[in-house]
Write a protein that binds this ligand. Structure first.
Ligand SMILES: C[S@@+](CC[C@H](N)C(=O)[O-])C[C@H]1O[C@@H](n2cnc3c(N)ncnc32)[C@H](O)[C@@H]1O
Length: 249
């Protein structure tokens, strides 16, 4: 199957960029030779990594050729690699392994994260941000509508902060784990559906039968509009919790 990711549907850039930037400020590595952005998408954040570490070789890894083509459309010194983060491994130890809003698409964090930390150079850091969106009303609505269509229900992709804290402590790694709840102020019609259409719904819509998609989207639209009413100023507030961690080697 072709990747369901679509650069043109990955909207609300400012709101999505904010956690990426906040994570970047917490990376405690001043000098780096090798920097990798896991699940780099269209490369906006990877280019910021290249600015922050101007002497480093910088690699963006993503499984979507469509996203990588868009990334490579802006000339830079960054190397773009198509690979699945679940099976990718660097040829040499890396100083900064960074991943914004991507590892929740990759299974088995208890297996993946130790592998990533072990691929760090001495003094290096793994910096990760993932949405804690499974329990949001929007994602419950998606599951309800999927169930009413007899479609498979996605599993919880991200564990709790306590779980990751315990995993890092068990390995005696120095880790900072925190959560932030944003109140994204979205503009436009059906704003939460539009937001979800860029991310959570990509694989779901790709797997749905063409004939069922319009009815599925209509049901979703109605339920999301009720869960997230538009305010008198025309905007929609979308409370959204995110998990961050920075692990040092
Ligand atoms: C929400 S986008 C985030 C992109 C970028 N990190 C950013 O912050 O703008 C998620 C990205 O993860 C990529 N992705 C999803 N599963 C992946 C996997 N198993 N291996 C590599 N990339 C993956 C998608 O192709 C997509 O580009």
């Amino acid at each position: 199957m072709n990747s369901p990711w679509d650069p043109d549907r990955y909207t609300f850039r400012d709101a999505r960029m904010r956690p990426a930037l906040e994570l970047l400020t917490r990376v405690p590595v001043s000098r780096a030779d090798r920097v990798v952005d896991l699940g780099c998408g269209i490369g906006d954040v990877t280019r910021l990594l290249a600015q922050r570490w101007p002497d480093a070789s910088v690699v963006g890894v993503d499984s979507s050729s469509t996203m990588l083509e868009r990334a490579a459309g802006t000339p830079s010194r960054i190397e773009w690699i198509r690979a699945d983060v679940g099976s990718w491994a660097p040829a040499r130890p890396v100083d900064v392994l960074y991943s914004n809003a991507a590892l929740h698409w990759v299974a088995d964090h208890d297996g993946l994260l130790p592998k990533l930390v072990e691929s760090l150079a001495e003094g290096g850091a793994l910096a990760v941000q993932m949405p804690l969106s499974h329990d949001l009303p929007s994602h419950q609505v998606v599951r309800d509508v999927l169930a009413s269509f007899g479609e498979p229900i996605p599993q919880r992709p991200v564990s709790t902060a306590e779980h990751y804290d315990a995993l890092f402590a068990a390995n005696e790694w120095d880790a900072d784990v925190w959560e932030t709840e944003y109140r994204h102020r979205l503009t436009g019609d059906d704003a939460v559906l539009e937001w979800l259409s860029g991310t959570t719904l990509r694989p779901i819509l790709a797997a749905l039968d063409d004939a069922r998609r319009p009815a599925f989207l209509a049901a979703l639209c109605e339920r999301l509009a009720a869960a997230y009413p538009r305010r008198v100023d025309g905007t929609t507030i979308y409370p959204f919790r995110r998990l961050f961690f920075v692990v040092r080697r």
